[in-house]
Write a protein that binds this ligand. Structure first.
Ligand code: HEM
Length: 270
C-alpha cells in the first residue's frame, strides 16, 4: 500500500468513527447518498427545502398538552422584531441623542408610544413565555432521547432571550438603565478564568503576563467596551441587541423547529 493509500484508509477509518458516534447521530440523523432514489429523502430532511411537516399527530396541536408555549414565544419574538425595526428608524445609539430620541418617539411621533410599549411588553412576555415553555417541556419529559439535542438548543435560546432583554434594557439611556446595567455587568467580574475577580483569574494573569483577566481586559470590559458603562457601551449593546443576538436566535429557532420534526414531531402524552 502506498503512503497516499494508507492516509486515505486512515481518513476513512476516522470518518466512520465520527459519523457512527452517538454524538454525531444525535445531531445529524440522516446521511442519504446522492442518487435519484434518495433525492426526495434528502429534500424532505432539509429544513429549507421542506419547511412544513407532511403530517402532525393529534396531541401535537392540543393546547392542554403544549400550552402552545413554544409557538407563542416565537410569535412574540416576531412582534419584537417588527416593532424593533420600526423603533430603529427613530433611535440613535449615541449618548447625546439616545434619551431624547426615546422621549421624542414616545410623545411626538405618531404611533410612537404604542410601538415602544408593544416592543417592551412583547419583550417581557417573551421572557415569561420561554420559561413557561421550558417548564412544559420538562414536565412532559420531552427532554429525553431522542430530543436531548433540542433541549440543548433550547437552553442556548433561553440564554439568548435573556441577553436580548439585558442589552435592550440599556438603550433608553436613562438613570434606571445605566445603573441596572452597571450592576449587571459588574457580575461579569466574577466569570471563571476571564473575570478579573473570578476563580482562576490569578493563574490566567500569570499565564498572559498580566494582560488578560485584569479590570481593563476581562469579561466585564468586553461587555462595557471600557472600564465603566459609558457611550461605547451603548453602541456595543445596540449592535448586539439589534443585529448579533436576534440573528443568532433566529437561526437557532429554525434549527429548533426542524429538530422537533426530525425527532418524530411533538412528544406524545406520558
Ligand atoms: C426562543 C425560545 C424558544 C422558542 C421560540 C421555542 C419554540 C418551540 C416550539 C414552537 C416547539 C413546538 C412545541 C411547542 O410549542 O411546545 C418547541 C418544542 C421544544 N422545545 Fe422549544 N422553544 C424555545 C426555547 C426552548 C427552551 C428554553 C427549551 C428547553 C431548554 C426548549 C426545548 C424544547 C423541546 C425539547 C421541544 C420538543 C418538545 C416536544 O417534543 O414535546 N425550547 N419549541
Amino acid at each position: 500500500m502506498t503512503t497516499k493509500e494508507k492516509l486515505l484508509y486512515r481518513y476513512e477509518e476516522i470518518r466512520r468513527l465520527v459519523v457512527n458516534s452517538y454524538v454525531w447521530k444525535s445531531v445529524f440523523r440522516h446521511g442519504y447518498r446522492d442518487n435519484p432514489r434518495n433525492r426526495i429523502l434528502m429534500v424532505a430532511s432539509n429544513v429549507f427545502m421542506h419547511l412544513h411537516p407532511s403530517k402532525v399527530r393529534r396531541h401535537g396541536i392540543k393546547i392542554s398538552y403544549t400550552w402552545c408555549a413554544g409557538g407563542l414565544t416565537f410569535l412574540i419574538f416576531l412582534v419584537t422584531v417588527v416593532t424593533g425595526v420600526i423603533l430603529m428608524f427613530y433611535y440613535r445609539p449615541v449618548s447625546e441623542y439616545a434619551y431624547i430620541d426615546m422621549k421624542y418617539l414616545e410623545f411626538d411621533i405618531p404611533f410612537g408610544m404604542i410601538m415602544r410599549n408593544m416592543h417592551r411588553w412583547a419583550a417581557h412576555s417573551m421572557v415569561i413565555m420561554v420559561m413557561l415553555h421550558m417548564f412544559r417541556v420538562f414536565m412532559t419529559g420531552s427532554y429525553k432521547p431522542p430530543r436531548e439535542f433540542n433541549w440543548v438548543i433550547g437552553v442556548v435560546l433561553l440564554v439568548l432571550t435573556f441577553l436580548l432583554s439585558f442589552t435592550g434594557y440599556l438603550l433608553p439611556w436613562d438613570q434606571l438603565s445605566i445603573w441596572a446595567v452597571t450592576v449587571g455587568t459588574n457580575m461579569a467580574r466574577a466569570t471563571p478564568l476571564l473575570g478579573s475577580e473570578g476563580p482562576l483569574a490569578e493563574q490566567v494573569r500569570a499565564l498572559t503576563g498580566g494582560v488578560v483577566a485584569t479590570p481593563r481586559y476581562d469579561a466585564r470590559s468586553l461587555l462595557t467596551a471600557g472600564t465603566i458603562v459609558s457611550a461605547p457601551t451603548l453602541l456595543r449593546f445596540y449592535v448586539l441587541h439589534c443585529i448579533f443576538i436576534p440573528i443568532a436566535a433566529a437561526v437557532l429557532m429554525i434549527v429548533h423547529f426542524w429538530r422537533v420534526r426530525k425527532d418524530g414531531g411533538i412528544s406524545g402524552p406520558l
